[in-house]
Design a protein around this ligand. Sequence first.
Ligand SMILES: Nc1ncnc2c1ncn2[C@@H]1O[C@H](COP(=O)(O)OP(=O)(O)OP(=O)(O)O)[C@@H](O)[C@H]1O
Length: 294
Amino acid sequence: MLKGVGLYKVFESGFFSKHRIVAVDGVDIEINRGEVLALVGESGSGKSTLGRMLLMLVRPTRGEIYFDGLDLVRMKAGDLRRVRRRMQLIPQHPEDALDPRWRIYDSIAEPLRIHGLDCSRDIIHNLIEMVGLREEHLYRYPHELSGGELQRVVIARAIAVEPEFIVCDEPTSMLDMSVQASIVNLLVSLHKKLGMAYLFITHDLELARIVADRVAVMFAGQIVEEGVDVLDRPLHPYTEMLVRSVEESFELTQRSERSGCKFYSLCPKRMEICSDHPEMVRLGDRKVRCHLFD
Ligand SMILES: Nc1ncnc2c1ncn2[C@@H]1O[C@H](COP(=O)(O)OP(=O)(O)OP(=O)(O)O)[C@@H](O)[C@H]1O
């Protein structure tokens, strides 16, 4: 359903674009209809940039994105606006998605109005119930809701337009432990009921295990491994290290501009050949970018 091919994103800043950050470095990614793909990796590995690129909220420096065969990168702005209804974002900070001056009712109705869909009272009331809130919440302002309630509102707003694909970008990481589980349960139950596909971005490996059909592991802007039981049977040395030391923070040189494998300097299994760039290798239902499997 959604496919990214050879995606790169370079951020440039400073005078004469002196500073270059390669946030996404040659990613191929595919998400099937109704599937949950978890995207895991440490902070700064490029997960959010990749997620936002797939929604065309960030324009790729290079590469292609296809949604149901439609070429999003070359699409005209008006057509892209129409396709956007079918793809939504649930961001890490729910307050970013809501106008503080608007009542919750208007925030949920807004995407329906924009896309010329039915935004009658019954529809809005049904949406607020679907996310486990009550009618009274509709008439409050964002600052009158808790973090968990705000995230439920953002979810209601995202599902209002009946999307086929949602990027959930660390949707629970800013919430108290006590409400995290209830938001995950809500997202899982909505997925079962409505059947949309999720790209579920998280650095919480346990959460990825619970929600995902498939997991992709990102390191330094690249997907280094992808498949069904990646976290239980890791092949790439980086995934092994990530699984083993979930609680530790590695000293990573993530933005290293060296050629060859990005994980070279940290890899306990590096070989001479690893100074050459490794291609993604397919092993049954698994893909891994490592010379150990050439
Ligand atoms: N708008 C931007 N301008 C410049 N650099 C950016 C921009 N957005 C992201 N970056 C840089 O790109 C890299 C990847 O960032 P990104 O937010 O995609 O990583 P992430 O894996 O989602 O991290 P986190 O888990 O902390 O959200 C980082 O080095 C970040 O500083």
